[in-house]
Write a protein of this length. Structure first.
Length: 346
């Protein structure tokens, strides 16, 4: 056999790298730890498995998530359980109409004894739960933009870096139309994922009746810290080593390209209903999230299914509907499905 005819290592998929990649063992260990994390959370949270999976993917690719769903379906409980089982510090900010930006970031204070000093706000934590974020006006919501994008806070003349891992998990109630403020598009774009939290199934709801935290305290579940913040940071670094084939990159670029309204776009639903499609941040975030999705599935390389698995969460809040789309009550998920069905898979 000629040298060139020898089978390549890691040739189990046409999407894998041509050279041997020695991270399979690390991926297997990381996947096992993340599986333990999910198992521990299930002690408290009944159902919502996909939401938990999506949040874990979001965390390991250093993203922020916006959770949308009606009250009482465990959005806050999921976030609290995640923070506890990872052993992270967590702060909850209840967004209200009278909240000020300094209530989130912190402020400079003065006393005769100390002189000027900094009072750090609740964003100085690993997990920040921005509860009902749309109840505060845009000026207050925008206080999180620097935090989410740069993972730093500027108070007065000083800029403070935040500890890793750092994640903003915001919740919003889609039913309210009074006393709420739509999030600025610039801020919505900072969320890696927008996750829709659905009602539980009938079987799950029966279990919830017996295990709910309304009459059993959260502490009584005795959740264990199954993974450390340092291990999460290590997994975040491992995600960056997941291989992405050039054909997959082109696939991602085409999906984002066809989400935009332009002449001769073959996706008719986009031209009919979309005013603005995803920006390059959309393609970057699909690229990042598909690598994390590959890792949690035990692979060292991305396949098209990884891209499809994360597309909804990445794109649903990045497609802005025109008036026709709003009148016809079109769902962005339907448009995304149309795009995925028509963009050629490599």
């Amino acid at each position: 056999m000629k040298k060139s005819d020898k089978p390549k290592k890691n040739s189990k998929s046409k999407y894998g790298p041509s050279k041997s990649v020695k991270i399979d063992k690390e991926i297997a260990i990381s996947r096992e730890k993340l599986d333990k994390l999910k198992k521990e959370i299930k002690k408290v949270v009944i159902g919502q498995e996909k939401v938990i999976d999506d949040l874990i993917i979001c965390i390991i690719c250093e993203g922020n998530a916006l959770l949308e769903g009606v009250p009482g379906i465990a959005k806050t409980l999921i976030v609290k359980s995640l923070a506890h089982t990872i052993g992270c510090s967590a702060k909850r900010i209840q967004f209200t109409a009278d909240l000020l930006p300094t209530d989130i970031t912190g402020f400079m204070a003065y006393s005769r004894e100390k002189g000027f000093f900094t009072v750090k706000g609740p964003v100085f934590a690993n997990f920040v739960l921005a509860d009902e974020i749309n109840r505060a006006p845009p000026k207050v919501q925008s206080a999180l933009i620097e935090v989410m994008q740069e993972q730093q806070v500027t108070i007065g003349k000083e800029t403070y870096k935040l500890d890793s891992p750092f994640v903003v998990l915001a919740t919003e109630n889609p039913l309210e139309n009074r006393g709420v403020y739509k999030l600025p598009e610039a801020q919505v774009d900072r969320f890696l994922f927008k996750i829709i939290v659905e009602y539980p199934s009938t079987e799950e709801e029966q279990l919830i009746m017996d295990t709910n935290v309304s009459y059993k305290s959260f502490e009584s579940y005795k959740l264990k810290k199954v993974i450390s913040p340092k291990e999460i940071v290590k997994i975040q670094e491992l995600v960056k080593q997941i291989y992405v084939n050039p054909k997959i990159k082109e696939y991602i670029a085409n999906i984002v390209k066809y989400s935009r309204n332009f002449d001769k776009n073959p996706i008719k639903s986009v031209n009919k209903y979309v005013a603005w499609g995803a920006s390059p941040r959309g393609s970057i975030n699909i690229y990042l999230a598909s690598r994390a999705n590959a890792l949690v599935n035990g692979r060292s390389f991305v396949i098209p299914q990884d891209v499809k698995d994360v597309a909804d969460n990445v794109l649903r809040h990045r497609l802005l509907l025109n008036y026709q789309g709003q009148i016809d009550k079109v769902k962005t998920e339907d448009i995304i499905a149309d795009i995925l069905s028509k963009v050629k898979v490599p």
